[in-house]
Each structure stands twice: as structure tokens, then as C-alpha cells.
Design a protein around this ligand. Structure first.
Ligand SMILES: [Zn+2]
Length: 362
């Protein structure tokens, strides 16, 4: 993520639904908060703004001032009273500095950036919590995504979380809180992330520079999660492309997966698979417009663009074979997702995924 994207999300531009949650959290006491919910709702941004407000020299009930030395230190990632625990891959993506030794090991290609929060970072956090604070009224530890602590790391922070020496507050932000150790969860007060309503999310996406058609399509593509929608838009997803995706896949057109990594391709195919299953089961699709999914049925059954009711009827008369092959496809995609990062030849994998998809949609 670039600096400009980050700065867009901070300050007065924090999205309205995050701002409301920030105000609520600032009224509450408690030294350890767990912000939980699915991805794309803004856990990280909310956690960072809460940390910033706790550390700010002129904080108000609405949040930090964005003017003082403390706010500036947060911006430049050098606040002495803020300790951020992240997997190295996430730290690099969000522009947080690694410690010198780790950075050197990675630069020298001695190892790859860690995808988990390393126990070494947890030990540094413990020593951070024992130092006197540099001047402000509190110290803050931010852990994101908290579910990336393995058991060793989680156990290491447990005692500090329970009885922080001196004034030290914790914010754990998680997109999968159910896999946290219960002992970690029970030591935190929980805040469940609030979903924005659709119009709020669309307004916010338009304010980030998206056209309204693209905002609608990417929000759908992201299952209603605005920050995930923005990520999709930043990777170049357009409304026309999303709308034609089901039909292109059913025709085996590899261009539908062009420029995607295998993991991204699998994610999109899983959404298509989910929605085709929903359509066959008579449920409401979540990621695509019904008409775009029905185009697939028209295509595979040789019909033209059938009306909604006619397509509905053809769905109901479809043999259980369609459900079976879609369910099988869902399983195959889950299996593929497990191996996607280790694939030897991404191009070949995309071709195989497309062949599998076309087969399942036939
Ligand atoms: Zn400030």
C-alpha cells in the first residue's frame, strides 16, 4: 500500500463508520481491546487511529489532533511509546519499519519475510512494556492481524497483556478472532466491527475517487466490505470486467484471469462458484448481479439472454448434476487455494483453473 493511500485513510478522512466507532471506543475504559470482524471493515485503520488518539497530546472525544509531535511521530512510524506487532510481510506492506537485524537478514536473502508474528517481536514488546514511557501519559501496543500469532508468540504476550507493568494499553485487531487462544480473547474487551450500510460504503468509495458504477461493482465483488472493495479497485477491477466475468469464465476465456495471481484468480472463481450455487439453490447471490450469472445459464444451455423467470424455471428443472459439479468445483477450489502460493508455474495453474471452471459451469 502506498503512502498516499495510507494518508487518505487517516485524519479527517477516516471513513464515517470508523469515526463513529472510534468515538465510542474513546469513551470506554479498559487497557486491552480486541477489534474483531471479517476483513475489509477497517480493523487496522481503526486500531491505528485509536492508538494515535490515546497517544495524542491534544486528544478530543472525536480523536487525535493530527498536529502535535506525537501525531507526527505516529505518521513517520517512529513513536517511542508505540509498539507495533505485525508479521513482517504485513509490516512491509503497511510501511512499518522492521528491526535492523531482521531487515538485514531479509535483504541478504538469508530468509523470507515472516508471515507470522515472530516470537522475537513479542519479546521486544515485553521489553518495550517494561521501559519508562518517553513523555506522554500512556504506551500502546498494537497487534495486527492478531490471529497471526502462533501459540508460542501468544503465550509470550499473555502475561504482559494481563498485567502490563505501568501504563500500557493494548489493541489487538483481528480478522479471524475465533482462532485466537481463548486465554488471549478473555483478557481483552471485545469490539465487533460495525458494517457500514451500503450507501455509506458507496459514498466513501466515490470519495476515494471511484466512479459510481465501479464503486457498486467492487463493493459487490468484495461482499460488501468497503476496504476490500478499494483494494480490488486499486488493482484495476472495473464494473464492466466484473459484470462479464461469469460469462467469460463459462466460455473458457483466459483473459478473465489475466494479470491475476493464482490466489486472486481462485478468490474470484470461489465467488462465482458461491453465487452459482446460490442461484441453483434459489438463494440470493452475493457477489454478482443475477443477470450476469444468468448469462452463464443462457450460454451453457445454448439459449440467448433469457428473462429472469425463464432462467429461473430452467434452473429449477436443472438436474442435480449441476449442484453436484458446482459442489465438487467448490472443493477443488479450496484445495487449489491451499497450494496456490507454492505453485511452480502460475500460468499453467491459471489455465488449469479455467479448464476446471468451464467444466463445472457446463
Ligand atoms: Zn495529536
Amino acid at each position: 500500500m502506498s503512502d498516499s493511500q495510507l494518508s487518505q485513510k487517516s485524519g479527517p478522512q477516516l471513513s464515517p463508520w470508523l469515526h463513529q466507532q472510534l468515538s465510542t471506543l474513546l469513551l470506554r475504559r479498559g487497557h486491552a481491546w480486541l477489534l474483531q470482524g471479517p476483513s475489509g471493515l477497517g480493523q487496522y485503520n481503526l486500531a491505528l487511529e485509536l492508538a494515535r488518539a490515546w497517544l495524542c497530546e491534544n486528544t478530543t472525544p472525536a480523536g487525535a489532533c493530527y498536529q502535535c509531535a506525537s501525531c507526527h511521530s505516529v505518521d513517520v512510524r517512529s513513536h517511542p511509546d508505540l509498539c507495533v506487532l505485525m508479521p513482517e510481510t504485513v509490516a512491509l506492506e503497511l510501511d512499518w519499519p522492521l528491526d535492523e537485524k531482521s531487515q538485514k537478514e531479509i535483504d541478504d536473502k538469508k530468509r523470507k519475510p515472516s508471515k507470522e508474528i515472530r516470537v522475537e517481536s513479542a519479546r521486544e514488546m515485553i521489553s518495550f512494556s517494561q521501559h519508562t514511557r518517553s513523555g506522554g501519559h500512556t504506551k500502546v501496543v498494537l497487534v495486527y492481524p492478531a490471529e497471526r500469532m502462533n501459540h508460542v508468540t501468544a503465550s509470550a504476550i499473555l502475561k504482559t497483556l494481563e498485567e502490563p507493568p505501568g501504563e500500557c494499553r493494548f489493541i489487538l485487531a483481528s480478522e479471524a478472532a475465533h482462532i485466537l487462544l481463548p486465554t488471549i480473547r478473555s483478557r481483552c474487551q471485545t469490539h465487533t466491527m460495525v458494517w457500514p450500510d451500503e450507501q455509506q460504503a458507496l459514498d466513501w468509495l466515490v470519495a476515494q475517487g471511484l466512479g459510481s458504477a465501479d464503486a457498486i461493482a467492487t463493493l459487490r465483488a468484495a461482499g460488501g466490505r468497503p476496504e476490500d472493495a478499494l483494494v480490488l479497485a486499486n488493482t484495476g477491477l472495473k464494473a464492466t470486467q466484473w459484470s462479464s466475468f461469469p460469462l467469460m469464465v463459462s466460455r473458457g476465456q483466459l483473459a478473465a484471469l489475466a494479470d491475476l495471481t493464482p490466489a486472486q484468480a481462485i478468490d474470484r472463481l470461489q465467488k462465482l462458484c458461491h453465487d452459482m450455487l446460490a442461484l441453483h439453490a434459489g438463494a440470493t447471490p452475493r457477489f454478482f448481479e443475477v443477470a450476469d450469472l444468468q448469462a452463464v445459464l443462457g450460454n451453457t444451455k445454448g439459449g440467448s439472454s433469457a428473462s429472469a423467470s425463464a432462467a429461473g424455471a430452467s434452473v429449477r428443472t436443472a438436474s442435480s448434476g449441476a449442484m453436484y459439479s458446482l459442489t465438487q468445483w467448490a472443493k477443488d477450489l479450496m484445495e487449489a487455494a491451499r497450494t496456490a502460493q507454492h505453485t511452480y508455474n502460475p500460468g499453467l495453474m491459471l489455465e488449469a483453473l479455467m479448464a476446471q471452471a468451464q467444466q463445472a459451469l457446463r
